[in-house]
Ligand binder design. Sequence first.
Ligand code: CP
Length: 307
Amino acid sequence: MTKLSVRHLLGIKNLNESDIQTILETATQFKEVINRPIKKVPSLRDITIANVFFENSTRTRLSFELAEKRLSADVVNFSSSGSSVKKGETLLDTVNNILAMKVDMIVMRHSSPGAPHYLASRIDANVVNAGDGTHEHPTQALLDAFSMKEKLGDLNGKKIAIIGDITHSRVALSNIFCLQKLGAEVMVCGPSTLIPKHLGELGVKVSHNVREALQWCDVANVLRIQLERQQIKYFPSLREYAQFFGINRQMLDELDKEIVLMHPGPINRGVELTSDAADSHHSIILNQVENGVAVRMAVLYLLAQHP
Ligand code: CP
C-alpha cells in the first residue's frame, strides 16, 4: 500500500501530487464500500478519534463522524460551546486532556488560522485540519477534486473557476493548491474587495466578471459570502452582490457548453446561487457531500498508517 508523505493533514500545501492521487484512489475504493448494503469495514478498529470543533459545522462534522464509524473507529465529539473552554482552558490543555483518555487522532475545526499546525507540533496524535479560519480546508478540496474527477476524468488542463468570497474562504486556498497540483487551470472571480490583492502571484487568473468566468470554465465552484468573518462592508448590499455576482439557471442554460456547478455549502440561496441553479442538472452539490464521507475515510485510513 502507498503511504502518505505526512502524518498530519494540515493543508493541501503540505501534500505532494502523489499524496493527493493516493487519497483520491483510496477514496474510490471506500466509495464502493459505502454503497454496499453493509457499509462498514474493520480498518480502524481499536483506533479512537476525537472530533474537536471550535466552530459551527454541519457537513464536515457529520461527514467525519460517519467516515470514522464506517471504518469501525471509536468516536468522541467535542464542541467548544458547553465545554470548559468557556472557563478559560487553553486549546493545548483541552486537547491534552482529551488525549489523556487514550485518543489516537484529533480532527479539529478552529477559527484561528494555524491552530492545527500549532497542535500538531505539540502533541503525539495525528491531526486532521477540518478548517482553520480563512486558511485551509483540505478535506473539502480533496472531496471537490474527487467530485470533479468523477464528472470530468483527469483534471490535467481542465479549467476551474472559483467564484465568490475568496478573501474569507479556506476552501478557495485549498482548492487552488489541490487543483494546481493536479494540473488544472484556476480562475478566481468576485468583487475586487473579496479577492486578495496578491492572489495572482499563486498563478491563478483573476476576473471580476461572473459571465466571463462561466464562459471560460469547465467547473464553477461557487463560494459562500462569509458575513460572519467580515468586520467591514465589502460590498453595498447582498441584493447588489446577487445582481452582479449571483448565478442563476438561465445564465448556465445560455452557455454554449455544459459546465459543472459546485458549492461546498452552506449555500446562501438567492445570494451566490438561485435555487433554480443550485437544484438544476448542472449542480453536483449533493454528490460533493456524498463523496466527502469516502474521501474522509481515505484520509483517516491513510493517516492511521503513520501512528
Ligand atoms: N463545507 C463545509 O465545511 O460545511 P460545514 O461548515 O457545514 O462543515
